[in-house]
Write a protein that binds this ligand. Structure first.
Ligand SMILES: NC(=O)c1ccc[n+]([C@@H]2O[C@H](COP(=O)([O-])OP(=O)(O)OC[C@H]3O[C@@H](n4cnc5c(N)ncnc54)[C@H](O)[C@@H]3O)[C@@H](O)[C@H]2O)c1
Ligand SMILES: [Zn+2]
Length: 365
């Protein structure tokens, strides 16, 4: 097992990464000195797979747990489901010292985390992420929240978990498309922070796609470490944390114009990162060879790297980028790479260059 520390002063916690960790949930919650009662919040796909195992582990360690199951899918990340969760917690008389175990992907983590952040003005919670995306990204860093009709993640809070347990065994049942989508975030960490990780991914991508445990453990732990380092330097996103959004300005806009239907998040940011790499070549002098290495790696992960948009769609895409939360004073700012492993945020990009990057994006495969 690998252990990653997230150093945030009094809010510090550890991330355990390894196989067989579901059976340790009870023991680890005991170590974290959490109260006797808890609720496991999970979704309708994950609860039947792993709910019992977690409940048994908690029971063995002397915890009383209730299971709260929400429908699988993004629509559960809503105020309506927050309220339903509150009602369940109240019905089971969870109190200040009780805690929540978020068992599932990023949807469950964000929803359960937000419920934990606000119920009784905040109770502790533990993340047990079961998708690759949740293990390397959403379960670490303390951003929690839900969507409104007007847009994604518009209501939220910062609430750090007390503990994160990434059980590699849970990834076995993850559909291939979801798994590949998580790889888009994994590759992102290499580009924004760690050239060595990027090279390791170049050497081992096929093994990673096959979900070989040994490779996975090291890679997931490294991604958590990077996210932890970035978050520790900028917990509330006033600066550096923005680098985690590499490829996301275009990616989010693509998700929005396709009504969150056509692309999974990882697929959208794969296209976004390849376009951002091209912009990086134009604006920060990222060598052409590295632009190509980036495109190739996403390709080998089985992710889309290009998109053919007609003029109407392109217009919509630009409008959606301007609506992104990260836009300040109407100006779209990008995270761009100077070299693999080093990025800069707050980069202005002219709309003509942006057009060009998107137009040329289907030239390379
Ligand atoms: N808080 C953050 O910092 C942060 C960061 C990135 C993304 N997010 C959020 O995360 C969400 C996306 O997370 P996601 O990609 O994990 O999606 P998800 O939680 O919807 O999971 C994807 C699908 O896989 C199923 N699933 C989960 N684990 C499984 C397993 N082990 N086996 C089989 N099926 C399984 C789920 O039921 C769901 O149908 C988005 O809402 C996004 O906004 C948050
Ligand atoms: Zn992302």
């Amino acid at each position: 097992m690998r252990i990653v520390n997230v150093p945030l002063g009094r809010r510090s916690y550890v991330i355990n990464v390894g196989a067989g960790l579901l059976d340790t949930v009870g023991r680890e919650c005991g170590r974290a000195l959490l109260g006797k009662r808890c609720a496991i919040i999970s979704d309708s796909k994950v609860a039947p797979l792993f709910g019992r195992q977690v409940k048994v582990s908690l029971g063995r360690a002397g915890f009383e747990s209730e299971m709260v199951v929400v429908p699988a899918g993004e629509t559960s990340k809503s105020v309506k489901w927050v309220e339903k969760c509150y009602d369940e917690l109240a019905a089971h008389r969870l109190e200040r010292k009780s805690f929540i175990v978020a068992l599932g992907g990023g949807v469950v983590g964000d929803l359960a985390g937000f419920v934990a952040a606000t119920y009784l003005r905040g109770i502790p919670f533990v993340q047990v992420p079961t998708t690759l995306l949740a293990q390397v990204d959403s379960s670490v860093g303390g951003k929690v929240g839900v969507n409104l009709k007007a847009g994604k993640n518009l209501v939220g809070a910062f609430h750090q978990p007390r503990l994160v347990l990434c059980d590699l065994d849970t990834l076995r049942t993850l559909p291939m498309r979801e798994y590949r989508s998580g790889l888009a975030e994994v590759i992102k960490y290499g580009i924004i922070y760690d050239a060595e990780l990027f090279e390791e991914l170049e050497r081992k991508m096929e093994k990673l796609v096959r979900r070989e445990s040994k490779v996975l453990a090291g890679v997931i732990a490294r991604c958590c470490e990077i996210k932890a380092e970035v978050v520790a330097q900028d917990e509330t996103e006033s600066g550096l944390r923005a680098i985690l959004n590499f490829g996301h300005t275009i990616g989010h806009a693509l998700e929005a114009i396709s009504n969150y239907g056509k692309y999974l998040h990882g697929e959208a940011i794969s296209i976004g990162q390849v376009a951002a790499a091209k912009l990086s070549g134009e604006i920060l002098g990222l060598p052409q060879r590295d632009v190509e290495r980036i495109g190739n790696l996403f390709n080998r992960a089985g992710l889309p790297t290009n998109i053919a948009l007609n003029q109407g769609q392109r217009k919509k895409l630009f409008a959606a980028m301007k609506l992104d939360k990260k836009v300040s004073a109407g100006e779209i700012k990008f995270v761009l790479a100077r070299r693999i492993g080093e990025v800069e945020f707050g980069q202005k990009v002219s709309s003509s260059l942006l057009q060009q990057a998107l137009n040329s994006s289907h030239a390379r495969r």
